[in-house]
Design a binder for this molecule. Structure first.
Ligand SMILES: [Zn+2]
Length: 269
């Protein structure tokens, strides 16, 4: 059976609390042999680490998501450095910039508040990049409506830190700008959506060693599971669609994406 990794899952979210063991069994049965649980703040990162301690196939990324920036300490670096020492930490993140939910849009705040919110996100992102450069870890990058600023901030680090632009749904020119910074992308169930033609075209144009798969579960369940809770076993559905788009076998895709993930994520094994 062709095997795959789920390189971006939120196994620590409450959605998985009732039946996590069954979720992991279904993943194994579907050939999903490694899962990276992604932290979104320190609590979530610690929960990801504890899951990595309990289950051999689970690994962790530790970080603080830009959308939760208002709750973040002024300097996240000491804690990130500490957590990065754990042998099952494979990357930092998710980190990045998110301008989709700005204070003015969410609560009708003044535009000046948007500016200070963006500045805080940028400081937080910078701290992740600094620790990544120090520790030799790569970054799991979340960007939404913030592509220019994200690329600009990543650029000075491009010779030391690679980013995976997770949940990538952009077009080919955007992909090329990411690859030019020595970064890469990962694709979710959006590939299977009816309105996902742009991202399917992008997948078709992505070099074989520059992409990975992820579910971003519990969000973004692929067809035919849309509307349900997403889970790591659904990587199989994403990979199956991708093998149609790229006109290659599941075995080839398995080899390509697993090798890419092993290179990108430290200690993934
Ligand atoms: Zn995520």
């Amino acid at each position: 059976m062709a095997t795959f990794f789920d390189t971006h899952a939120h196994l620590d979210y409450p959605e998985f609390q009732p039946d996590l063991e069954a979720v992991l069994e279904r993943a194994a049965a579907a050939g999903v042999t490694k899962i990276i649980s992604i932290g979104t703040d320190f609590e979530s990162s610690r929960r990801a680490l504890s899951l990595a301690g309990r289950f051999p196939q689970v690994f962790a990324a530790v970080g603080w998501h830009p959308s939760y920036v208002t709750a973040a300490p002024a300097d996240v670096r000491p804690e990130l450095r500490e957590m990065a020492r754990h042998p099952k930490v494979v990357a930092l993140g998710e980190t990045g910039l998110d301008y989709y939910r700005l204070p003015s849009k969410v609560s009708g705040a003044a535009a000046a508040e948007d500016e200070s919110y963006k500045r805080r996100q940028s400081e937080l992102f910078e701290q992740h990049l600094e620790v990544a450069a120090e520790t030799g870890l790569n970054c799991v990058i979340h960007q939404r409506d913030s592509l220019e600023d994200t690329l600009n901030q990543l650029e000075p680090f491009a010779d030391k830190v690679r980013g995976v632009f997770h949940c990538f749904s952009g077009d080919v020119p955007t992909l090329k700008r990411i690859l030019a910074l020595n970064s890469l992308v990962s694709f979710t169930g959006i590939l299977t959506f009816k309105n996902g033609q742009t991202v399917r075209d992008t997948l078709g144009a992505t070099p074989a060693d520059q992409f990975m798969f992820e579910t971003d579960c519990p969000f973004l369940a692929p067809v035919p599971h849309r509307g349900k809770r997403c889970e790591p076993s659904f990587v199989k559905d994403i990979a199956t669609l991708a093998s149609d788009v790229r006109k290659c076998s599941l075995e080839t895709l398995s080899e390509q994406t697993s090798a890419t993930a092993r290179k990108f994520f430290r200690n993934l094994g």
